[in-house]
Design a binder for this molecule. Structure first.
Ligand SMILES: *[C@@H]1O[C@H](CO)[C@@H](O)[C@H](O)[C@H]1NC(C)=O
Ligand SMILES: *[C@@H]1O[C@H](CO)[C@@H](O)[C@H](O)[C@H]1NC(C)=O
Ligand SMILES: *[C@@H]1O[C@H](CO)[C@@H](O)[C@H](O)[C@H]1NC(C)=O
Ligand SMILES: *[C@@H]1O[C@H](CO)[C@@H](O)[C@H](O)[C@H]1NC(C)=O
Ligand SMILES: *[C@@H]1O[C@H](CO)[C@@H](O)[C@H](O)[C@H]1NC(C)=O
Ligand SMILES: *[C@@H]1O[C@H](CO)[C@@H](O)[C@H](O)[C@H]1NC(C)=O
Ligand SMILES: *[C@@H]1O[C@H](CO)[C@@H](O)[C@H](O)[C@H]1NC(C)=O
Ligand SMILES: *[C@@H]1O[C@H](CO)[C@@H](O)[C@H](O)[C@H]1NC(C)=O
Ligand SMILES: *[C@@H]1O[C@H](CO)[C@@H](O)[C@H](O)[C@H]1NC(C)=O
Ligand SMILES: *[C@@H]1O[C@H](CO)[C@@H](O)[C@H](O)[C@H]1NC(C)=O
Length: 638
């Protein structure tokens, strides 16, 4: 696969169509309050799932919510006639463990056809004056129905101390499901507030597959508590999936094939740039060229889907929230004010399984993921700025909440987390940041900064750009976050301003700021240079500064210093790129870093020039790969 089609496929992740439609599988039970115990036969799903699978019997799974007296591995395995050690393994607990009340417990069962229906048998000794209805609804929490119990036990009345057969609702995959890779069907007990989307995402399953498995549709996808929903699984479920929504799956890392062929990309490059420019131009030519061609381009879309999806919130605003929000001039009505209870339910009461980092939690709000950050102190500046700015490369703020002295800010969710996790970590995950993605990330950050410097009124300085304040979405597109220290240049009084409050991150702070508190947009340019240096080298600035005596530019000297910078690249560039990048472009970016970290702020280029240069470098990279793929070589290497 060449990089163009790879990029197209990456970009289209959000729009992928589901698997080809498969036949309706099992009818969903419907609203249980509308079904009376003795009105047999209106809907055959009351007796169980139809025996229409590929196999007459199979392994399947149920979920059960722990409740006294069925709140330990041993009592639950007795109730379901299931193997105790299998239950303890499946739920990652000891065999003598007890569960918290309402904790979801996974139960492995053998499912098989009995007549027209699938079922898994267990037996139950009637101790108290039970009815079939209470056994079905209370003891088995609707994993069976009273119709099925009556049908199975020949009787509408129930005798004390008798033993009845309990047919539990289960099913085996159909041929169509088997063909789409489904190996198990899990009978999930729905509780209030859950939707097909939420349940599917708990198990990392495509929502359309779950809808089809239950003969539901997008238009008619209402599900009810005290019913079972079949979840089509490829692998056995795990306990971590049922505790809380899991992190959404990261896209598979696309690693580039390592190159062993010599290609002619230099000539291609010459062709694209009209000759001489790249190879001949020093960094000054670079600026002159782009200054001449300066034009206002801001191609990136400024949509923020999350915000538009939010509807006006009807509940009363908390007095304090309103008070603080009103003190922020020009606060937009589109910012949603959440109840603390809403955030609690979005994060399973801030459960550890929803914890991301620091005070940030992952929440599910109306089926969408969101990042929820708890903050102390004055957050009005961050709310103010993010509320005014809407840009693809700036993290979106969708809502706020005030509770017990703390603020909670609700942001759009960045699936791939902070750039620092991808750049510094030595995991395989790092390998997915190939050259093209790194250039795209640099361009995204530059575009976001260009936007706040040149396209907002008033202009802003971020003041704390670092590798961990850049977040990556599902497509590895970058979004700038952490605007807590951002300031408007206007308030600071024109282009430059002085402050005696020096706050920032070591290594990213420009010398004029550290030494004399001088604030301008060129602070962000300096920090961007450091960020780009980290993107190229895969090393933290603290590590890099440890290697130099005087100024960070010493790190670049071997690469930018002489004609043969290319020869020095292998020591300079991130080893996980495995040499798979166009050397001339890499040298070019190193020169860009060198300009961005100039000591005199006036010598640093503006973000508009940087964004335009990066845009050209990305285009060149893509053209290069395209040309090479035409000749059967999908690498960038020279
Ligand atoms: C699911 O199916 C519906 C209609 O059948 C389609 O519009 C939608 O794009 C599909 N979504 C996914 C994620 O497959
Ligand atoms: C169906 O049965 C065959 C043979 O026992 C087994 O290999 C296969 O995994 C089963 N398929 C499903 C979907 O249960
Ligand atoms: C399920 O079937 C397998 C193999 O047929 C058997 O080993 C296991 O004991 C059965 N489990 C239960 C709970 O009946
Ligand atoms: C329960 O399962 C374990 C392994 O999964 C097996 O060793 C053991 O024999 C099973 N016990 C019963 C009673 O089936
Ligand atoms: C469970 O058993 C282990 C030994 O197998 C023991 O150390 C532990 O204390 C027991 N836990 C409980 C809650 O009984
Ligand atoms: C479950 O019970 C029903 C009714 O007694 C019986 O027909 C069926 O064979 C049983 N199934 C299994 C797998 O034991
Ligand atoms: C089952 O029990 C719950 C309370 O535990 C109740 O709200 C629900 O209506 C009952 N469902 C049926 C069908 O009786
Ligand atoms: C139900 O009745 C059938 C015959 O009518 C009998 O074979 C079966 O054992 C009975 N089941 C129970 C649980 O009494
Ligand atoms: C149904 O239950 C009643 C009372 O418990 C009993 O007398 C009768 O024999 C049962 N009938 C069947 C078919 O099991
Ligand atoms: C079930 O699916 C597997 C692959 O998912 C396939 O190899 C196998 O042929 C399918 N079985 C049937 C009976 O279609």
């Amino acid at each position: 696969m060449n990089i163009i089609s790879l990029l197209i496929s990456v970009l289209s992740i959000l729009f992928i169509s589901g698997p080809s439609p498969i036949n309706a599988q099992q009818p969903y039970y419907g609203d249980p309050t509308k079904v009376l115990c003795n009105d047999n036969g209106n809907s055959n799903s009351e007796f169980g799932y139809t025996c229409n699978g590929l196999n007459k019997s199979c392994q399947s799974f149920l979920t059960y919510r722990s409740q006294s007296p069925y709140n330990s591995v041993s009592s639950i395995s007795l109730l379901f006639g299931a193997n105790q050690s299998q239950i303890s393994q499946l739920n990652s607990v000891a065999e003598n463990a007890t569960f918290d009340t309402n904790q979801v417990v996974l139960i492995p069962v053998n499912c098989s056809c009995s007549g027209n229906y699938y079922q898994s048998n267990t037996s139950f000794s009637v101790q108290n004056p039970n009815t079939y209805s209470s056994i079905a609804n209370t003891t088995f929490e609707s994993l069976t129905t009273c119709q099925a119990l009556q049908d199975q036990n020949n009787n509408t009345t129930i005798s004390l101390l008798s033993t009845i057969i309990v047919p539990l609702r289960c099913a085996c995959p159909t041929k169509n499901q088997n063909d789409s890779g489904v190996n198990y069907l899990l009978s999930y007990l729905v509780t209030s507030g859950q939707t097909v989307l939420i349940i599917s995402s708990m198990f990392g399953v495509d929502t359309n597959m779950t809808l089809q498995a239950n003969s539901l549709s997008f238009q008619d996808s209402t599900i009810y508590p005290f019913t079972t929903l079949l979840v089509p699984l490829q692998t056995t479920p795990t306990s971590s999936e049922v505790v809380a929504p899991p992190p959404p799956p990261r896209p598979l890392p696309h690693t580039l094939p390592s190159s062993n062929s010599k290609t002619t990309w230099v000539y291609v490059l010459l062709g694209i740039f009209g000759g001489g420019l790249v190879l001949g131009a020093g960094i000054f030519g670079f600026y002159l060229y782009f200054r001449k061609n300066k034009s206002k381009t801001d191609a990136v879309t400024t949509s923020k889907s999350f915000q538009s999806a939010e509807k006006a919130y009807e509940n009363k605003l908390k007095a304090k929230t309103q008070e603080v929000l009103e003190s922020i001039p020009g606060i937009s009505q589109s910012l949603k004010v959440y109840n603390y209870e809403e955030l609690q339910s979005a994060t399973y009461n801030f459960s550890p399984s929803c914890w991301i980092k620091g005070s940030v939690y992952r929440g599910t709000i109306k089926g969408d993921f969101a990042a929820i950050k708890r903050m102390e102190g004055d957050v009005s500046k961050e709310i103010d700025i993010l509320n005014k700015i809407s840009h693809f490369n700036i993290i979106g703020l969708s809502g706020v909440c005030y509770n017990g002295g703390d603020w909670y800010l609700v942001y759009e969710y960045a699936f791939n987390g902070p750039l620092s996790d991808c750049i510094y970590s030595n995991s395989d995950y790092q390998k997915c940041l190939n050259w093209t993605r790194r250039v795209q990330i640099a361009l995204d950050v530059a575009t976001g900064l260009n936007y706040i410097h040149n396209y907002t009124s008033p202009p802003y300085v971020h003041k704390n750009l670092t590798c961990s304040h850049v977040l990556l979405d599902v497509d590895f597109r970058a979004k700038i976050a952490n605007f807590g220290q951002a300031r408007s240049v206007e308030l600071l009084g024109g282009e430059f301003a002085l402050t005696n409050q020096i706050v920032g991150t070591k290594g990213y702070m420009a010398p004029e700021y550290v030494e004399s508190g001088l604030v301008s947009t060129k602070l962000d340019v300096y920090a961007f240079g450091v960020l780009l240096l980290e993107i190229l080298t895969g090393k933290e600035v603290s590590v890099l500064s440890g290697r130099v005596k005087f100024h960070l530019s010493e790190v670049l000297a071997p690469v930018v210093g002489d004609e043969n910078g290319k020869d020095e690249l292998s020591d300079f560039m991130d080893p996980s790129l495995q040499g798979n990048y166009p050397a001339e472009l890499a040298v070019y970016l190193a020169k860009m870093v060198d300009c961005c970290i100039e000591k005199d702020p006036a010598d640093r280029p503006g973000m508009d020039e940087i964004a335009q240069s990066l845009s050209r470098i990305l285009n060149t990279t893509l053209s290069l790969l395209f040309s090479n793929s035409m000749s059967g070589d999908s690498s960038y290497s020279s």
